[in-house]
Structures are given as structure tokens and as C-alpha cells.
Design a protein around this ligand. Sequence first.
Ligand SMILES: Nc1ncnc2c1ncn2[C@@H]1O[C@H](COP(=O)(O)OP(=O)(O)OP(=O)(O)O)[C@@H](O)[C@H]1O
Ligand SMILES: [Mg+2]
Length: 303
Amino acid sequence: MPDDAEMLLDLIQQAFYARMPIDPPAEALSDTEVLIRARLEPPGFGVVASVNGDDVGCLLVSYPEPGTAMLHRVSVLPGARRLGVATAMIRDTAYLLADQGIRKLQLLARSELPLVQRWWESYGFTPYDTAPHGVIMRIDLPHPIHVPTAKAMELLGVRLARLLRPGDLVVLSGQLGAGKTTLTQGLGLGLGVQGQVISPTFVLSRIHPGQDGPDLVHVDAYRIASPTEFDDLDLEATAATAVTVVEWGAGLAEQLSDSRLEVDILMSSDPDDQTRTVYLNGVGERWQGSDFGEALFQEWGNV
Ligand SMILES: Nc1ncnc2c1ncn2[C@@H]1O[C@H](COP(=O)(O)OP(=O)(O)OP(=O)(O)O)[C@@H](O)[C@H]1O
Ligand SMILES: [Mg+2]
């Protein structure tokens, strides 16, 4: 990995020279190959993002204290912005670190760039400490929850349902067949709503009336191409009183609420392994400071 220093330096410099100048200049602008090489010495490492075989972004990781990792030089080439490269790169790095047992992830955001700070906040990072010329922002990393079978995924849904209240938004991500609907079936069982939760085919959104608790609004946004189409589902009408669960909702459903529970389901790269790994991220006031993930994870260990 240290041998990749030259390539990473090139990506970092292209990305940082294209940014708005700040005073004092971003540290990245005085990076050298020797400095990057030092940052790549284990346990430090780098992550490179590529699109169609072209390297378009990178970041570096260090471990400032036990259990805590720090991101540096989060870089995306100017021509590759707005493709979700940074989001994917940060998410994959966060889950890699979570799998290592790292519990906190932090970074330095420059105070001259409030929009950048707001971008990190939209992903759940919150100001943690001040630093020269900026603020350290932090996020709690989720515990990886291993889910061996479809039945176990349903059970996870039942357990998650206990945490949910009227007005909650749950955003489900994961590739085709990851288990989003299966988890929602468990949520439906746990909430005790009427009607069987199924994969929507033509109907993009379905309301399952609650009996003692809130209604479950189950949405599949897979076929939804734009925010306008998403608005047309009129989910605002029920968002405050129901539990709204949106499959494929990342990048669309966030507008429905200030807070959301993100559930990311990852499939194994081994096609013979049916185990899914689920990561729960609570974003916004509703979930801040709550140890819901810890409790669920501890209990899950006993399944
Ligand atoms: N560990 C597991 N967790 C969840 N589902 C599993 C698991 N192992 C096997 N499966 C199977 O994978 C499939 C998951 O389908 P499901 O419809 O829940 O996925 P989905 O993420 O909603 O897909 P889509 O993107 O098409 O909506 C089911 O057939 C289920 O039986
Ligand atoms: Mg589905």
C-alpha cells in the first residue's frame, strides 16, 4: 500500500487544487509523496474509489486513539463529483472499520467551509471538539449485525419494530434481493399491523393500518427516478403519524423527516454465503445519543 503513495498524491492534489482556496491553505496542498507514504504505513491505510475502472477518489485513514479512526484527504476528482463517489467511499470505509471493531469515526472540517460541515452533518457526523482552524466531527460507527437466514432477517425486523414510534422514518438500502422486504415483513409483524407486507410491483406505496400502534407505510422507491416522482407519492400526509419504511429510499426519502434510521444490508461477496450484514445508523435528533444499536447488538449476540 505505501507504494501507492504517488497515485494517491496525484488524486489528492487534483481534488484539493480544484477547491475554493482557504487561509491557511488546506494541509493537503503541502502533501508530498513521502508524507503520504508515511500515512499509508500500517495500521494507516488508503481507500481508492473507481468508476468504470478509472480512479476518481481516495481517502486516508489513521487511528488517533484506540477504538477511533480518522478520515483524511477525502478527495473526489472534479469531473466525478455528484455521482455519489464520496458517499460510497465513506460508507464502505465506515463499514470496514466497523467490522474491525472501531466504534468512532472522526475528521477535521475546516471552519471556513460551513457547507462542507453541513454535508458531513447530513450523514450524521456531529461537532465533537474544536481544532485549530476547524472542528472535529464525529460519528458512532454501527455494530455489524450478522443475519444468517431470511427467518433471522424477519426476526431482526421484529426486534427493530420495538424501537419505532409514530413519525419514524426508516430508509432501507442494499442491492436487489438483499432482504429489504424480508426485514420490512418483520417490522410489520413487530408493529402488529394488518395485511401482509409484500414486494410492491405496480403499487409503489402501501399503508398497513396499525391495530394498537402506528400504521406502517411501506414504500418501494426502486422505480422512482426523481424527487418529483417521490413527492407525488404524498408520503408527507402520513409521515408524522405512521412509521414510514422506504426501500431504495437513500437520496430521496431524507426530505420526509429531520431524523431517520438508515438500515444498510450488505450481501456476502461469496455467492454460496447467504449471510447478510446489517448496519444501523440513526441520523438526526431522534436517534442522537441513543444506544439503541448497542442494546440490539448485545441481544442479537444471543440469537
Ligand atoms: N440472510 C438472509 N437475509 C435476508 N434474505 C435472505 C437471506 N438469505 C436468503 N435470503 C433470501 O433473499 C431474498 C431477499 O428478498 P427480499 O425481497 O427481501 O429482498 P429485497 O432487498 O427487498 O429485494 P428488492 O431490491 O428486489 O426489493 C429472499 O428470497 C430471502 O428468502
Ligand atoms: Mg424489496
